[in-house]
Design a protein around this ligand. Structure first.
Ligand SMILES: [Zn+2]
Length: 155
């Protein structure tokens, strides 16, 4: 439902009674899921100033004025479990066509696609070598502005 007014309030739950830390209006973001358009409500910014258990109280007011509430709990971690924005990609020894089980074990495309010749770690290593080579030749460039440069074939 895109027309609801949704607001979230955030509470730190560690060490005593819930401590109110802020509230914000959420905005609706439409998402296309296949041909269906759905959406999520997104709080543009929330500051979680300490790790530990947190809670959110969410209020939604529909276009007809009916109101619904829900509470949810979540953990704020000291560090991201996934790489953060701008962090290097993890060099994972992902399975390739040469791994046990062969291409059929790593690709669900029919016929199998051509993207499994090197592992993620191998491709990242090749990109690092390419960067070193360019720097040695004084050709270092911002990769994001270099549409001609592509990851090595097989990635
Ligand atoms: Zn594939």
């Amino acid at each position: 439902m895109a027309e609801a007014r949704v607001r979230g309030a955030f509470y730190a739950l560690a060490g005593g009674p819930p401590a109110f830390k802020g509230a914000a209006e959420a905005r609706y973001e439409a998402l296309a899921v296949g041909r269906e358009v759905r959406g999520v409500y997104v709080v543009p910014e929330a500051v979680f100033d300490r790790p530990g258990p947190w809670g959110a109280a969410v209020e939604a007011v529909g276009p007809d004025g009916r109101t619904a509430w829900t509470n949810l709990g979540f953990a704020v971690l000291e560090r991201h479990l996934a790489p953060g924005l701008g962090a290097p990609a993890p060099a994972v020894a992902s399975p390739t066509a040469d791994s046990a089980g062969g291409l059929g074990a790593v690709c669900t495309h029919e016929p199998p696609c051509d993207l499994h010749r090197v592992s993620v770690a191998g491709a990242l290593g090749a990109l690092c070598e390419l960067d070193k080579l360019e720097q040695a030749q004084g050709m270092g460039q911002d990769r994001s502005r270099s549409p001609g440069k592509q990851p090595p074939e097989g990635l």
